[in-house]
Design a protein around this ligand. Structure first.
Ligand code: ARG
Length: 399
């Protein structure tokens, strides 16, 4: 029986040309799998037809938008996941989901090889291959761009020569990856890290400098999960879409960052993640209100580690799984509402309320109604400072 290679198919030039090229190089039939993670753009039916027209034996399209929102974006939100304190893991989140569907397709259609379009310089090759290794170690991987030194120019020449039904004229100067959680743009003039991005780079956000009325929004959370916007109950996918729209209109979530890739290269990437940044801002503040101090302090370290693991392609690792269990437990009381004002590129918290709040007006107030016994503070400060005083006295003796 002919071998089958399962290709992560986007519908674009590179992966379309990869279909006949993979067949030529490996002798295997191609099973093209396109996964909708909310990237928008072309109709999946058209993408499927193109895969078949390029010679795929099987072409599947998977609408994974709800799954992506629920099982990948929400965990990232609950972890306040920001790599290098800023990047909300847009691409890093979609890869493990795509991996799940590639593996499922391999099982269903008898695939023994998996293929992706990543180069050898980025993080995504790692995320695909480490993920596949965790879920289906029996599968082998071939990455034409990396393993066969396949370039864009070669792909175009090949497409023209083979008369493939793909448009090679619209060449974006950028490499773009986008999904429900945000959008990443790199290459082209952005590789000069002193050159500012132009407005045309952005698609999810309006220019934050453009005059516009502030937009006030209330987000309701239950156990760390956003469940309503302005009182209207929405599923995870809808909540994120709605905040992409509203925060995007206010120019929230733009990011221009030189980041540390796992492979050791520093690269400049421009991101926009309006919904993600608005939601993380609100979620962090609700944690401030509802999570006990020590748990919150510890969680900040866990959150950072979680983001690094996911960035580094370790979604399916034991440590990531264990941190998920910790985060789940820490979210038990993260229930309540946060009000944000979206304006001028910023999402600013202006109010919060929760039945599970640990904020106690009686303890916090400086006005009448104060129930805090200040006389207790004196002894506390004394004991708290005891180790420092002892050490300072010793230092003086030896100086
Ligand atoms: N640097 C980001 C990451 O590693 C995004 C990668 C994809 N970016 C792109 N513009 N194609 O997660």
């Amino acid at each position: 029986m002919t071998e089958r290679v399962v290709l992560a198919y986007s519908g674009g030039l590179d992966t379309s040309v990869a279909i006949p090229y993979l067949t030529e190089r490996t002798g295997a039939e191609v099973v093209a799998v396109a996964v909708d993670v909310g990237q928008g753009g072309e109709d999946l039916g058209l993408i499927r037809e193109r895969a078949l027209a390029c010679g795929a034996a099987v072409a599947e399209v998977v609408d994974a938008r709800e799954e992506f929102a629920r099982d990948f974006c929400l965990p990232a939100l609950r972890a306040n996941a920001l790599y290098m304190d800023r990047y909300p893991l847009v691409s890093a989140l979609s890869r493990p989901l795509i991996v799940k569907h590639l593996v499922a397709a391999a099982r269903k259609h008898g695939g023994t090889i998996v293929s992706h379009g990543c180069t050898g310089k980025g993080n995504d090759q790692v995320r695909f291959e480490v993920g596949i290794g965790a879920l289906a170690p029996e599968l082998t991987v071939v990455a034409p761009a990396r393993d066969y030194a396949w370039t864009r120019d070669k792909a175009i020449a090949y497409a023209e020569e083979a008369g493939l039904p793909i448009d090679v004229s619209h060449r974006s100067p950028y490499s773009i990856d986008q999904n429900l959680w945000g959008r990443a743009v790199e290459t082209g003039f952005l590789e000069d890290i002193w050159t500012a991005p132009i407005e045309g780079v952005y698609a999810y956000t309006a220019d934050p400098a453009r005059p516009r009325q502030p937009d006030e929004v209330v987000i309701t959370f239950e156990a760390g999960v956003p469940v309503a916007v302005d009182g209207a109950r929405l599923g995870p996918y809808q909540v994120i879409m709605e905040l992409n729209r509203r925060a995007g209109a206010a120019g929230v979530g733009r990011l221009d960052l030189v980041e540390d890739r796992l492979v050791g290269i520093k690269s400049r990437e421009v991101y926009e993640a309006p919904g993600a940044i608005a939601l993380i801002t609100a979620h962090q503040e609700l944690e401030n209100v509802t999570v006990e101090r020590d748990l919150a302090r510890f969680k900040r370290g866990v959150d950072q580690r979680w983001a690094e693991l996911v960035y580094d392609g370790l979604w399916f690792s034991p440590l990531k799984g264990a941190l998920d269990a910790f985060i789940d437990d820490a979210q038990r009381f993260v229930t309540g509402e946060v009000r944000l004002v979206l304006h001028g590129g910023r999402a600013v918290v202006t109010g919060r309320r929760s039945d599970a709040s640990l904020y106690d007006f009686g303890l916090a107030t400086y006005d009448t109604g104060d129930i805090f016994d200040q006389s207790l503070a004196r002894g506390f400060v004394e004991l708290w400072g005891l180790p420092s005083r002892l050490a300072a006295a010793r230092d003086r003796r030896f100086s």
